[in-house]
Ligand binder design. Structure first.
Ligand SMILES: Nc1ncnc2c1ncn2[C@@H]1O[C@H](COP(=O)(O)OP(=O)(O)OP(=O)(O)O)[C@@H](O)[C@H]1O
Length: 630
């Protein structure tokens, strides 16, 4: 079919209809949607949802109002302002001000209308701040009377002291040695850089929480960051390292990258007073990011010593996945590790080796065997053949010759609605190394999941109108990128999905698992499935997204819900997530360092793991050079 430029007017829309309407016998039939004959091809395209309507955001909010959740509605407006960049934010505010403050009117009956409006604006402003947005007037909305401060989360000193007191006597000898070494620096006012080498289950989070509480109980500032949003949710007050330090997000990093923290900014003021920085999942962090933070802290704190003299504790496990280097070689991946940074020699290394989960397990013999297996797989000391293949215990293997449903039924014995079903998805998942297998497994699970299916087609467009003739919408629809929503999103109520963007970390980050509660035309009502914000309900709009994949032939924008089905996740996405039941599909084996170890170590017990492999052996990739140097 010939391509047509969007500048060709109706012809462009007729072509679009021809591609999407089945078996039309006349122009009238072509322009008929749900029994209504539309006056133009463009109007019919609108009605079919093939074009973004001018009033998209207004429709989205109008639909969300029906849920009668004013706080979620304010959150939705904040998401729209930041991600949607609507042309007229003020119009949206004016049209929905009443609905946006309904709960505040109810709870504060003594306040005047102006005071209620101001309260709603203040709440909206703090949401914008926590989501990394700008001030209300910059979006065309009225300013709130008080601008909420963008600073570190405040902690109750008494509560923090109670945490420290309760946990101190519980620390194991290994944990206590680290605690004493770090608190020595904090009490003496000396600087100190510590690296906690902690395999899964050895009480790393427990220990980091005590250290954070120690500083916060003294009324001092302790920052908790992690390489990924999901790992950040595990630490009290945790944020991603990127958002805390304003590290530039680049596909190709440079040694000259600087954090976007102005000397006069509030963030700089926090960095000048901070006593302790805790950085989790450091093994996934690119060394250039750590080096940018080092330069930033030296600069802001006016001390030319590593990290400006702050006490710094990072924790990680180099047996797990390494930083992702797009199209990188093995050497590129290894060189991207923080352990290859010139700063690494300043870090004092501590090891946690005792698996505390094991101690509390009822069947410690089985647990011990599984922990030993994990250790050997992670370190690459397990016996392997010339193809790097290793044997796994027969009891955890499901044959790849058997139907995929065997693995699905092990992880999800039933998809039928029950009181416990939602909790189900918090604690179980299928994992696979490649996106293609993940998509195929999700599709099979979706077919088995009860309920009626709703399809959401994205609206795709190129930024450059001149390129539009060469890249018609049906071609853009076929483009796909990692961590990017697909054109045809198929959903059912009650199913699990994973969020693909850091919308509001740590509550809603790239990797947060959600359950779909209701599906509207422009809004999804979901609840958070796992982690400290479990059960929180949110309203999610379609947002315009631009893929960061430089390999795509054209730069384009996709308006779609930022989610993907999550019955199955990639092993990369599962890092940092704790699961009770895990099914790993290795019909196509692992391809990079730490994948097998990361997948197997998501579960705490061999009885709850099944691995689908051809035969009895599967590939285990380990880069020993990363493990010797860390
Ligand atoms: N000293 C301790 N006394 C009692 N319980 C502990 C202690 N240390 C850790 N635990 C408990 O052991 C379990 C595992 O600890 P934690 O979650 O801190 O491990 P982790 O190293 O962070 O593991 P993962 O990386 O898998 O999340 C938790 O239930 C934690 O509360």
């Amino acid at each position: 079919m010939y391509t047509v430029s969007p500048r060709a007017g109706d012809l462009f829309y007729v072509r679009m209809l021809l591609l999407n309407v089945r078996g039309p016998t006349s122009f009238e039939a072509l322009q008929t949607v749900d029994g209504v004959v539309h006056p133009s091809a463009k109007a019919a395209c609108m009605a079919l949802g093939l074009l973004q309507r001018d009033d998209h955001w207004r429709r989205c909010l109008a639909e969300a109002v029906q849920s009668r959740m004013p706080r979620a509605l304010r959150h939705l407006l904040a998401v729209i302002l930041i991600w949607g960049e609507p042309e007229d934010g003020s119009d949206l505010w004016c049209s929905f001000a009443e609905d946006l403050s309904e709960d505040l009117r109810f709870h504060h009956r003594d306040l005047s209308t102006e005071e209620i409006t101001d309260l709603a604006l203040r709440e909206l402003q703090s949401m914008l701040i926590s989501m990394g947005g700008r001030s209300l007037p910059e979006y065309g909305l009225p300013a709130a009377s008080v601008t909420p401060q963008d600073g570190p989360m405040q902690f109750d000193t008494v509560e923090q002291a109670l945490i420290t007191e309760a946990r101190l006597p519980m620390l194991t000898d290994e944990q206590k040695a680290v605690y004493e070494s770090v608190t020595q620096n904090l009490v003496d006012g000396t600087s100190g850089l510590h690296f906690l080498d902690a395999p899964a289950g050895t009480g790393k989070t427990f220990l980091l929480e005590v250290l954070l509480a120690f500083v916060r109980s003294r009324g001092e500032v302790a920052l908790a960051v992690a390489a990924s949003g999901i790992a950040a949710t595990l630490l009290p007050g945790g944020q991603t390292a990127h958002s805390t330090f304003k590290i530039p997000i680049r596909a190709i990093r440079s040694s000259k990258d600087v954090c976007a923290v102005g000397a006069q900014s509030k963030q700089a003021a926090v960095f000048r007073t901070v006593r302790l920085i805790v950085w989790d999942e450091i093994s996934m962090t690119n060394r250039k990011d750590l080096e940018a933070v080092d330069r930033c802290l030296r600069d802001v704190r006016k001390q030319d010593v590593p990290f400006g003299g702050v006490v710094f504790v990072c924790a990680g496990d180099f047996r797990q996945l390494l930083p992702v280097v797009v199209h990188g070689t093995r050497a590129n991946s290894v060189m991207a590790c923080v352990s290859r940074s010139p700063l690494w020699k300043f870090f004092r290394r501590h090891r946690l080796t005792r698996n505390i989960r094991l101690l509390s397990s009822s069947d410690s013999a089985t647990y011990l065997r599984y922990t030993e297996l994990l250790k050997q797989i992670g370190s690459g000391t397990i016996e392997q053949d010339a193809e790097e293949k290793v044997s796994l215990p027969a009891e955890i293997i499901i044959s790849a010759e058997a139907p995929l449903n065997d693995l699905i039924n092990f992880v999800y014995p039933s998809f039928e609605a029950s009181v416990e079903r939602d909790g189900y998805f918090a604690s179980r998942a299928i994992l696979a190394p490649y996106n293609d297998s993940v998509d195929a497994i999700n599709e099979t699970c979706l077919g088995m999941f009860p309920g009626s299916l709703r399809e959401y087609r994205s609206i795709d467009s190129v930024a450059d109108e001149d390129a539009a003739t060469h890249f018609p919408p049906e071609l853009l629809n076929q483009l796909d990128a990692p961590n990017f929503p697909i054109h045809l999103l198929r959903l059912k109520v009650g199913m699990p999905v994973v969020l693909l963007r850091n919308i509001n970390p740590p509550r809603l980050c790239n990797g947060t698992r959600l359950i779909i509660l209701a599906m509207g035309e422009n809004v999804l009502r979901c609840k958070i499935a796992a982690g400290q914000f479990t059960e929180d309900e949110i309203l999610l709009p379609r947002i315009p997204l631009i893929p960061s994949n430089a390999d795509l032939p054209v730069s384009f924008k996709r308006l779609q819900f930022p989610v993907k089905p999550s019955f199955c996740l990639t092993i990369h996405k599962s890092q940092g997530q704790s699961l009770d039941t895990v099914g790993i599909d290795l019909s196509v084996g692992c391809f990079t360092h730490g994948q097998l170890y990361t997948a197997l170590s998501r579960a705490k017990n061999a009885a709850n793991v099944r691995v689908r492999i051809p035969g009895t052996r599967t590939r285990n990739v380990v880069f020993p050079e990363v493990l010797t140097e860390d």
